[in-house]
Write a protein that binds this ligand. Structure first.
Ligand SMILES: Nc1nc2c([nH]c(=O)n2[C@@H]2O[C@H](COP(=O)(O)OP(=O)(O)OP(=O)(O)O)[C@@H](O)[C@H]2O)c(=O)[nH]1
Length: 130
């Protein structure tokens, strides 16, 4: 099983950043929360700060850890570790993804999410009473 940290970056309007995987990535064109694999001797939080710098070029601050989502259908099995975060600096510049969107919570279900992300989206919507 591999651990993958991912970020629900929430802006001042309450919108959440969704990133679209590029056509050359695994799970092409699926939407996901940006992040990546946790390296050895790295915490899930440190991984996420590093990955968001690499993928989006911004600085984030952690708000809250959410429930990990274990996705067993693929190989390797993935444990997706989500964190709610705020954007604290820098300008978004995509290095790996095809696109990004700021999505209002009520519209999150309209995107074609990677399978492992669906429980994360549900937990977030439940927490808002949506
Ligand atoms: N970052 C991220 N990865 C996800 C999500 N959902 C999900 O199934 N994954 C899967 O988790 C794995 C993360 O790999 P990645 O390619 O994003 O991570 P990375 O940048 O560390 O990989 P690399 O440096 O080996 O290319 C991929 O297999 C990806 O499909 C998600 O919401 N965010």
């Amino acid at each position: 099983m591999i651990d993958v940290s991912c970020a629900l970056i929430i802006n001042h309007y309450g919108q959440v950043l969704a990133a679209q995987r590029s056509s050359v990535m695994h799970l092409p064109l699926k939407w996901e929360f940006p992040g990546g694999k946790v390296e050895q001797n790295e915490s899930a939080e440190d991984c996420l700060i590093r990955e968001i710098r690499e993928e989006l070029g911004i600085e984030i601050s952690m708000l809250k850890k959410m429930t990990p989502s274990v996705y067993t259908q693929g190989k390797p099995v993935i444990r997706l570790i989500p964190f709610q975060c705020t954007w604290v600096g820098g300008q978004i510049s995509l290095t790996e993804h095809a696109a990004f969107l700021w999505v209002s919570p009520a519209a999150l279900h309209e995107l074609d999410w990677a399978e492992a992300d669906l429980p994360v989206v549900k937990e977030y919507l439940d927490s808002l009473g949506l």
